[in-house]
Design a protein around this ligand. Structure first.
Ligand code: LLP
Length: 383
């Protein structure tokens, strides 16, 4: 399995900060996904919210994955980059009319519908465009994903999906909507899930819900179980390709399917996280009274995960082989939360050294901003 090797000489000549994508690792990850999913005929839509970089998406399209969008602009980007319209799904709790219209005109594969009022508007807009919208109902299964509270989505207290108690009412309403075609059910319980047993619980909840549909003689062709597979942020080189065999295996073992049903997945993080690093240069090493600060030229605007979720990213000094020391690695943005790691153990660090912030390929570049009027980091690729 390939370990990311950084081209240090090339990096020394490149203006920092920048995102660097290891295309070989991305390809290796994609072929593992394909190898494992094909065993069971599963379909994967890449959750483009995790990374919308055109080069990365080209690789993903070439590998044959579909795409899971949560905004009109994501649908637009998928179409512009040549994704097949029949491999595009559109989810989201707050779809604007123009976004629904755009997706209707593009004749996408499926809308993941999250509420009755949304379904009513979609039916109306579909009628106006002379289309029929295929929909999957996003059901909130009330399963605890055991992950960070900001990225857990499948609990009753979260804003997402339709409660179990209202399924019947919504299904009845759908029957009377001429331009809505109910073809599936959809679930997504959270992100960065590292305990595969959580997906086992999801499977049993889906099985219960399937029974209800069967009793009510409603034929579903798509069972979409969302994404959420986590990655190893602590040791990105230990197993850079996530355990897709174990992941798909759980669904194969525990999900009870009816004839003709397709299982769909919406993976984001597990596809792209490990192939991306944020490369930044040390501006100054500042001695505090009790600790040292390595002040780097990337900020929370380039990678907001540590500031927003207290997320851990492995930080490496890739140009020093001096004995290790502890540093708080901080950016230049005027916020105390602009800190990539506290007491990070790095090889002895000085001005001009290059630092890699690892596992930044998912929810990194795509969540960056121009806060403090900083420029967006550029992107480079291994090939
Ligand atoms: N499907 C739906 C409906 C989702 O809401 C999400 C992610 C996914 C699929 C993809 O999940 P994944 O396979 O990437 O776990 N910005 C946060 C993560 C937010 C995830 C939002 N939903 C972070 O940086 O950790």
């Amino acid at each position: 399995m390939s370990k990311t090797q950084f081209p240090i000489e090339r990096f020394r000549q490149t203006e920092t900060p920048f995102y660097y994508y290891d295309i070989d690792l991305l390809r290796e990850t994609l072929s593992s996904i394909n190898e494992q999913r094909e065993k069971y005929g599963y379909k994967v839509h890449f959750a483009v919210k995790a990374n919308a970089n055109a080069r990365v998406l080209d690789e993903i399209r070439e590998a044959g994955l579909g795409i899971d969008c949560v905004s009109g602009n994501e649908v637009k980007r998928a179409l512009e980059l040549g994704f097949d319209n029949q491999k595009i799904v559109f989810a989201g709790v707050g779809k604007s009319d123009w976004e629904m219209r755009l997706a209707l005109e593009a004749n996408i594969e499926c809308f993941n519908v999250e509420s009755l009022p949304e379904m009513e508007v979609l039916n109306q807009l579909a009628m106006e465009c002379g289309r029929t919208a295929n929909i999957a109902l996003r059901i909130n299964p009330n399963v605890d994903a055991h992950t960070h509270q900001y990225i857990t989505t499948g609990l009753e207290e979260n804003k997402f999906g339709i409660g179990m108690w209202e399924i019947e009412k919504i299904v009845e309403a759908a029957k009377n909507m001429s331009n809505i075609n109910l073809i599936g059910i959809h679930f997504h319980i959270g992100s960065q899930i590292t305990d595969l047993d959580v997906f086992k619980v999801l499977c049993s909840r889906v099985n219960e819900i399937q029974k209800w549909f069967e009793q009510n003689k409603i034929r579903l062709t798509i069972i979409n179980v969302g994404g959420g597979l986590g990655i190893d942020y602590e040791y990105p080189d230990a197993k850079p390709v996530p355990d897709f065999e174990g992941y798909f295996g759980v669904f194969h073992k525990f999900l009870e399917l009816r004839e003709g049903q397709e299982v769909h997945f919406e993976l984001g993080r597990a596809v792209v996280a490990q192939c991306g690093s944020l490369i930044t240069k040390v501006l100054f090493v500042k001695e505090g009274q009790h600790k040292k600060f390595a002040i780097v030229d990337a900020g929370m605007n380039d990678l907001i995960r540590p500031a927003l979720y207290h997320a851990y990213h492995k930080i490496e000094n890739i140009t020093s082989d001096l004995p290790a020391e502890k540093y708080d690695v901080v950016g230049p943005v005027c916020e105390s939360s602009d800190c990539f790691g506290k007491a990070a153990v790095l090889a002895g660090t000085k001005r001009g050294d290059l630092i890699a912030i690892r596992s930044a390929g998912a929810y990194g570049e795509v969540m960056s901003s121009k806060y403090n009027l900083r420029e967006f980091a550029k992107t480079y690729y291994s090939k």
